[in-house]
Design a protein around this ligand. Structure first.
Ligand code: F6R
Length: 366
């Protein structure tokens, strides 16, 4: 049931404010200043004392893992590695009993992710699942876990699963940080308050839809597109590029903005649209100078900026605003316009948005 939306993907994009609040509801008790997550509470010593956290996943879930790496290291001060499940399982990885291996999977059925978890268990690691589908194979195979509560995701291109995965992993990092004392009480409290405002800010971000349709129309015939971001928004750049590739079949690549001068900058000419995430928090000035580099090579700049931004507006061909929040939560907002951009381009090109060619919702073979 598409509830009046033309496609499941669009419906699921618009469900994100509710999906995110469903994910933290009952877990995040803002007034009491606590986070309750049974799967973490019951194993808090084991997880908090991990020498290392290894995150295994594929595709969009792997991108959520990359965002989580920044959050876990920043807030809980636990070293994190993020691995493609398919590479991890076949490369004789070093895993010990002091490791915690987190699998992220919307479907909970991805064959490579499942195999990675089995391998980690054999080697004695503690395994934790972040799945959306209740009772799925990965959720059953792991020692503990936390569901994303995003509701069914039907569109093949993952949208609300991604933002709810980030939500769950953020709560987990905050909880561990509080337990370990690596985040101050006031900072912890501030994060909870800001998280509680995210659904309303996502709703605001969704209001750029008309502007994004115009941008989509301008670039729909581009053969290539670059996506750049730094810090917490580097994985968002990867995710934006994946969304465009999978549903519009336009070749797109995501890069950390600073890597541009190590190769991809050679691609930039007046034909090349470059989507840059340039929110105020984080490495704003550095991103601004990256934008200048693109501009001097005549690339077309589509910038995702913080509400009220003036500096990037001067330089960019198009700006899409998202509300302000703390840096670690910006991916929950900056992802939204990129989802809409790929959606509208794909629709304008007449592609089958909900069921792109060659793709399956659940990849149960390796
Ligand atoms: C992208 C997409 C895929 C999945 C990947 C992992 O939009 O849908 O890249 O993210 O196949 O799937 P799960 O999360 O079910 O393990």
């Amino acid at each position: 049931e598409k509830s009046g939306f033309e496609h499941f993907m669009l419906k699921e994009i618009h469900e994100q404010p509710n999906a995110i609040s469903d994910t933290y509801r009952g877990r995040m008790l803002v007034k009491k200043g606590i986070i309750k997550m049974a799967g973490v509470d019951d194993n808090i010593e084991r997880i908090a004392n991990a020498k290392r956290i290894i995150i295994v996943a594929c595709g969009t879930s792997w991108h959520a893992g990359l965002v989580a790496e920044y959050i876990f290291e920043d807030i809980a001060r636990i070293p994190v590695e993020v691995e493609y499940a398919s590479e991890f399982r076949y490369r004789n990885p070093v895993i010990t009993e002091n490791d915690v291996v987190i699998a992220i999977s919307q479907s909970g059925e991805t064959a490579d992710t499942m195999a990675a978890i089995k391998l980690a268990k054999e080697k004695g690691a503690f395994t934790f699942g972040v799945c959306n589908v209740v009772g799925s194979s990965i959720s059953r195979e792991t020692h503990a876990g936390a569901y994303t509560h995003a509701g069914p995701e039907i569109g093949v291109a993952s949208t609300k699963a991604f933002t709810t995965q980030i939500t769950v992993l953020t709560l987990m990092a905050l909880k561990l940080g509080k337990f370990k004392g690596t985040i101050s009480n006031s900072d912890f409290q501030f994060h909870l308050q800001e998280m509680e405002r995210i659904p309303e800010k996502v709703m605001k971000a969704l209001k750029s839809d008309e502007l994004i349709q115009k941008i989509a129309y301008t670039y729909k015939d581009a053969p290539n597109c670059l996506y750049l971001g730094r810090g917490y928004n580097f994985p968002v750049a990867l995710e934006g590029a994946l969304k465009l590739k999978e549903i519009s079949y336009i070749h797109a690549e995501g890069y950390p903005a600073a890597e541009m001068k190590h190769g991809p900058i050679a691609l930039i000419d007046e034909q090349m649209p470059v989507v840059v995430i340039a929110t105020k928090k984080g490495h704003y000035e550095k991103v601004v100078s990256n934008i200048q580099e693109i501009k001097s090579r005549k690339g077309k700049i589509i910038a995702v900026v913080t509400e009220g931004d003036g500096e990037v507006r001067e330089l960019a061909d198009h700006v899409i605003e998202v509300p302000e929040t703390i840096e670690s939560l910006t991916p929950l907002l900056t992802t939204i316009p990129l989802q809409l951009l790929s959606y509208h381009i794909a629709v304008m090109l007449g592609k089958n948005v909900d069921q792109p060619r060659n793709l399956a919702k659940s990849v149960t073979v390796e």
